[in-house]
Design a protein around this ligand. Structure first.
Ligand code: SAH
Length: 219
């Protein structure tokens, strides 16, 4: 991943990423593939240059349009839950934003489809992926509540915005044994894991989280 005009701080950011990985280990992220993925994706290149020095802090940051990039911990946590030590073929992400989570998923999956409702964010992320030579992520402008049927079934679905219920379309697009991870709720949110076994869906409620809302329609 290079070729971007902003890779100049290269070694410094590699060292900073190393410290981020140490912190993720302390926070009990243990999947070696996930830690390796977090170690190679240049998080500072997914946010505005003015915030670049804060890119590796354990915090969400603004990405414009009232949206945020999730904290390193939550990206790692959701990726680990989605992967569950499996080889992932196809993964769907809802809520591309700046494209960071999808780029991390793309390190642990053969192919990622990511959907975003705000056209301007899709455009920015498409340009960023071109510059970073990220080729195994398909970007779709659309309402992720409907999922993306053409790419189904998915081994994992990661939703990066909160909603009161799990959209039925997303459950239907999970492969057998597939795992969906999403924040559930509005003000009070909890991370939900849904695992598909045939036509049964087993739900597990995990820790409290704070995400932007999943909104209907496109912008
Ligand atoms: N995945 C991002 C997080 C982006 S924040 C990361 O790597 O940090 C969540 C994103 O979900 C926002 O960009 C928001 O516009 C988008 N979103 C909200 N509702 C949506 C919907 N129905 N379909 C697709 N994207 C949606």
């Amino acid at each position: 991943m290079n070729g971007s005009p902003r890779t100049g701080i290269g070694m410094t950011s590699a060292r900073t990423r190393g410290r981020m990985i140490e912190r993720l280990r302390e926070q009990k992220i243990s999947d070696a593939m996930v830690l390796a993925a977090m170690g190679v994706v240049p998080r500072h290149l997914f946010i505005d240059q003015a915030l670049e020095s804060r890119a590796y802090e354990d915090t969400a940051l603004p990405i414009g349009f009232g949206q945020t990039i999730s904290s390193p911990y939550i990206v790692a946590r959701m990726t680990e839950l989605a992967r569950n030590n499996r080889i992932l073929h196809r993964v769907l992400e809802i809520g591309t934003g700046c494209g960071y989570q999808a780029a991390v998923l793309a390190q642990v999956a053969r192919e990622v489809v990511t959907m975003e409702r705000i056209a301007a964010l899709v455009g920015q992320t498409r340009k960023r992926y071109r510059e970073l030579h990220i080729g195994n992520v398909k970007l779709k402008h659309g309402d992720g509540m409907q999922g993306f049927m053409e790419g189904a079934p998915y081994d994992a679905i990661v939703v990066a915005a909160a909603f009161a219920t799990v959209p039925e379309a997303l459950k239907a697009q999970l492969a057998d044994g597939g795992r969906l991870v999403m924040p559930l709720g509005d003000e009070q949110q909890i991370l939900l894991l849904v695992i598909r076994h045939g036509n049964e869906f087993v739900e597990e409620k995990l820790e409290s989280v704070k995400f932007v809302p999943l909104l209907p329609g496109v912008a």
